[in-house]
Ligand binder design. Structure first.
Ligand SMILES: [Zn+2]
Length: 491
């Protein structure tokens, strides 16, 4: 079955069509329709009440914060928010769903027609449409293993029942597993920037199902689609899609038809398994939730949410490249989280040269953090400390070699840069005559380089600066040294 043997020629005949459904838990303090705590990791079955258990007579009340978060997410994803949306009951039987239905939205979702822009392999930007974003509640959890009596029973934890979710459904615009990966990465980044979810995949706050089919290139109709569930990392989504695309092509090439079904991704084996065919699929018998009125989003409310939208990652990167003259790649690294970008910008704006702050942060400091296996938040060196060092470098009061030594000490002792600098006070040679004597020595010892310089290769001045810097053990004042080297060579 593994499709390793398909030739590139045959693969190239087909075009994959991919759509993604992403469930995101909202970071509200309480659940969607009751006052129970919305909290991961509590003792099982402690955050429950008659409403989220669906006991007879209990009535749901919509959580206003959940509506705010869902609206913010809709706007951040460029969706049109419907003034009026309808909650509906999605009926199915499952042990972790004591009510026998989930409150969701069906034909009148909160928001529609959005998009996410993703970069493609050829450097262009591709727009992936978002069909809809709707609100719903989560179900509980069945626990099949890990408990003393797991061999005999399945246990239920109903804490998750009623957790507010948004489901974000993409258009079938995605054509490669890589595009799917990029879409998910961008989507998560945007949701994190809006702070509506922690998007923690290990804790299930962000979950992804993929619909995938293949068709002959140029064909108009979509092929039969398969839904791949249970994929708990973006990397696995990419791998599951790669596997599934080849599997479907192999089925078609061998003269058979792809079965419409739901398959599960097994990460350990690197393959998908059939879970159920569409004949056994659910008919959810949706009908409007009689216990909740239509959700009405006023124009004022919408405007207030729009005003709350932060600058989103893509726009922020573009601005930072222009404002600080940093590279696209550096801007990406810095904006990976909103908190980190905020800290960087607050500091960089106080520096004489923000670009230098970015360089120090992403080279000297990041390199040391990486070597020690530390995260930015555990760095002994603060943003203010980096600005302090950048300004000293800029003023020529510190050579880069001296800075490296200061950073080594800072990381060794867990101290910030200003403290180390004050104590160590690196000596600088600012005496012109002393420097000139050193330069003369180097010039006398390097006739070939002097000749090159005088023949017009002025960049060789760096060689002399480097030699003197080394001879001075990094203590020569860099600005003065540069000036004197040029003067001597010209003279
Ligand atoms: Zn409850």
């Amino acid at each position: 079955m593994p499709a390793a043997a398909i030739s590139p020629d045959i693969l190239a005949k087909y075009e994959p069509v991919i759509g993604l459904e992403v469930h995101v838990q909202l970071l509200t303090a309480t659940k969607a329709f009751c006052g129970c705590a919305n909290q991961f990791g509590s003792e099982p079955n402690t955050n429950i009440c008659p409403i989220c258990l669906g006991l007879p007579g209990a009535l749901p009340v919509l959580n206003a914060k959940a509506v705010e978060f869902a609206t913010l997410a809709s706007l951040a994803l460029n969706c049109a928010v419907n003034e009026r949306s309808i909650f509906a009951r999605k009926n199915y039987f499952y042990p972790d769903l004591p009510k026998g239905y989930q409150i969701s939205q069906f034909d009148k979702p909160l928001a529609e027609h959005g998009f996410v822009d993703v970069p493609t392999a050829d450097g262009t930007i591709k727009r992936i449409g978002i069909t809809r974003l709707h609100m719903e509640e989560d179900a509980g959890k069945s626990i099949h293993d890990g408990l003393p009596d797991s061999s005999k029973y399945t246990s239920l934890d109903l804490n998750r029942c009623g957790t507010p979710l948004v489901e974000i459904v993409s258009d079938p615009d995605i054509r490669t597993p890589e595009e799917a990966f990029e879409y998910l990465t961008r989507l998560k980044e945007i949701l994190l920037y809006t702070r509506v979810s922690d998007c923690n995949m290990e804790e299930g706050s962000l979950r992804c199902d993929a619909n995938v089919s293949v068709r002959l290139r140029g064909a108009e109709r979509f092929g039969t689609k398969v839904e791949v569930k249970n994929v708990n990392s973006f990397r696995f989504v990419r791998e599951a899609l790669e596997y599934e695309i080849e599997r479907q092509i192999e089925v078609i090439e061998s003269g058979n038809h792809v079965t419409q079904e739901t398959r599960l991704w097994n990460a350990a084996e690197g393959r998908t398994y059939s879970m159920r065919s569409k004949e056994q699929a659910h008919d959810y018998r949706y009908f409007p939730e009689p216990d909740l009125p239509p959700l009405v989003v006023s124009a004022e409310f919408l405007e207030s949410k729009r005003a709350e939208l932060p600058e989103l990652p893509e726009a922020r990167r573009a601005r930072m490249v222009a404002e600080y003259d940093i590279s696209e790649k550096d801007a990406h690294t810095i904006t990976a989280s909103r908190e980190f970008a905020d800290r960087f910008e607050a500091a960089a704006r106080t520096a004489k040269n923000p670009r230098r702050v970015a360089n120090l942060l992403l080279s000297e400091v990041s390199g040391r953090l990486k070597a020690l296996g530390l995260e930015q938040e555990n760095s002994p060196v603060s943003m203010a400390g980096i600005v302090f060092a950048a300004d000293l470098l800029d003023d020529g009061k510190l050579s880069s070699k001296q800075l490296k030594q200061i950073l080594d000490i800072a990381f060794e002792k867990g101290e910030d840069i200003p403290a180390v600098y004050e104590r160590e006070k690196p000596q600088q040679i600012t005496d012109s005559s002393a420097l000139e004597a050193m330069i003369d020595e180097v010039i006398a010892a390097s006739p070939k380089q002097v000749e090159q310089y005088r023949a017009g290769k002025t960049t060789i001045a760096g060689f002399f600066v480097g030699q003197v810097m080394r001879a001075s053990k990094g203590q020569a004042n860099p600005a003065l040294l540069n000036e004197l080297v040029t003067k001597k060579l010209e003279g």
